[in-house]
Design a protein around this ligand. Structure first.
Ligand SMILES: [Zn+2]
Length: 492
């Protein structure tokens, strides 16, 4: 059971709800969940759940005594994050001192850019407006055990996560400003302590799983390039997946000498042959959008398939940064279903098998698009855009959202089983304010992902980059002890 500050319904604190929703998505890896405001907690509910997760976002929040009583007196594991631990400590001071013996105080510590957890150093971004983390003081190390240490650039440290009796405490919400090497990985692993205490903390190395997905393959792909990559992975004994968009559109002719151009898989038999070659050499074909662009829009580039957004709006600002704008007006679940069905028909028309896994272009979509995909596919293979409206109802606001990746398989708020992708890709040029990323960056993120029990090293790769860097990444990830598997193998 996941609990958050504030009320439910339309008057809700949407940021607090999004935090709870992201926690629930992660928790789904371990089992089913429920979410509600802590104000609605009823005495004794703790005993009906295997664990409680509480996220304190507001210091004004008055936590019900029934909840404080149950946390302090039951044996149910509780993970408490961020604010309001003082309300728990002051509820029954003698009990707190005898059983827990630590404090989280305000003001917090700002500038923490590193968290050390189980021998692994994780990063933490410190953007403007970072609320910092709560300062934790351990009064009795025999009762309160430090699980992770936060560190500032000057070397000063404070506990980031503590465990005492049935309580785990994390000194912040770990969902803000996450990255592939982030302390979010520590939180993802800690959930295993709370939600699956019987599972081994350190799985055998042969159980470490890795995924590689080839990206953005359209009817305009170079068939020789696809065969080269497929041959390379097959000879290395690496199963892989590849994301295909069945319809190519260049509405302004930007890539076709000014001539508006459109064709589909069945118009390019040599590409279809190459896709069959990939399937025959260990490749799992997945569906990566329908056109991977949207009408005649520059969304945000030139409207060309494989580059633009399809189920979300975005533009480029004067610095050429990509700015997400929100949902596509006038669309509906039926609009998305019709679009998906048109794409599925093209696979059939080309004589290819129906893909069983869907990946949204740029991992971007609205709640109704997620629902439509859930009606056609048992699996997605991407990240989730969480919307506050998914919890509180009403029309989704594209700006009240939180984008989330997973280091392991989950069933997210939209009900889809989501195959994880967390390491990203090689980027020869930087994107927005981010620097270019090379094979070493992806391997480094895979190394830090080892800190997550059940952590999957999952990355994607664009075939036009050639085989050398792909080889380098595959070798690097294997050297860490991971074994490459098929996408569904990571889902329990
Ligand atoms: Zn794509």
């Amino acid at each position: 059971m996941v609990l958050y500050d504030g009320a439910g319904g339309a008057g809700a604190d949407w940021a607090a709800q999004l935090t709870a929703q992201q926690a629930a998505n992660l928790a789904s890896h371990f089992g089913p969940w429920t979410v509600k405001p802590v104000a609605d907690y009823e005495a004794g509910e703790a005993r009906q759940h295997s664990a409680l997760l509480y996220f304190g976002s507001s210091r004004d929040s008055r936590i019900p005594a029934s909840f404080l009583d149950d946390v302090l007196t039951s044996r149910v594991p509780v993970l408490w994050a961020d604010e309001n631990l003082d309300q728990l400590a002051e509820h029954t001071p003698w009990l707190w001192r005898s059983r827990y013996a630590f404090r989280a105080t305000d003001p917090g510590v700002s500038g923490v850019n590193r968290v050390d957890y189980r021998g692994t150093t994780l990063t933490r971004e410190t953007p403007p407006g970072d609320r910092g983390i709560r300062t934790v003081r351990v009064d009795d190390p025999g009762k309160a055990k430090v699980l992770a240490q936060a560190q500032r650039p000057d070397g000063s440290r404070t506990p980031w996560a503590v465990r005492a009796a049935n309580l785990w405490y994390v000194g912040e919400s770990p969902f803000d400003y996450t990255s592939a090497t982030d302390r979010y990985l520590a939180f993802s692993d800690l959930l295993g302590d709370v939600l699956a205490p019987a599972a081994p903390v350190t799985p055998a190395m042969e159980e470490r799983q890795a995924l590689v997905r080839l990206e953005d393959i359209g009817p305009n792909a170079d068939p020789d390039q696809l065969r080269d990559i497929g041959t390379c992975l097959h000879q290395a004994g690496v199963p892989f997946s590849f994301g295909v968009l069945p319809i190519y559109i260049d509405p302004h002719g930007k890539a076709n000498q000014g001539e508006p151009t459109s064709f589909t898989l069945k118009d390019r038999p040599e590409v279809v042959e190459a896709l069959r070659f990939l399937i025959d050499h260990g490749g799992t074909m997945i569906m990566h959008g329908v056109t991977h662009q949207l009408g005649a829009l520059k969304n945000p580039y030139h409207g060309i398939s494989g580059e633009d957004f399809e189920f979300f709006l975005a533009h480029q600002d004067s610095r050429k940064f990509v700015i997400p704008d929100g949902l596509v007006p006038g669309t509906s679940r039926q609009w998305a279903l019709d679009r998906i069905d048109r794409g599925l028909a093209e696979f059939g028309a080309a004589g290819l098998p129906r893909p069983q896994i869907w990946e949204f272009p740029h991992y971007a979509a609205g709640p109704l698009d997620y629902e439509a995909v859930g009606q056609r596919f048992a699996y997605r293979y991407d990240n989730t855009m969480n919307y506050a409206s998914s919890v509180q109802g009403g029309f989704p606001d594209g700006n009240k959202r939180a984008d989330q990746f997973y280091p392991y398989g989950v069933r997210d708020i939209y009900g889809s089983a989501v195959i994880p992708e967390s390491l990203g890709n090689v980027e020869s040029t930087g994107h927005n304010a981010r620097p270019p990323r090379g094979p070493e960056d992806i391997i480094d993120a895979a190394r830090r992902t080892l800190v997550v029990r059940d952590g999957v090293a999952s990355f994607f790769y664009h075939p036009p980059l050639g085989v050398d860097r792909l080889h380098e990444i595959v070798r690097g990830i294997r050297d860490l002890g991971y074994e490459f598997v098929r996408p569904w193998d990571v889902m329990r």
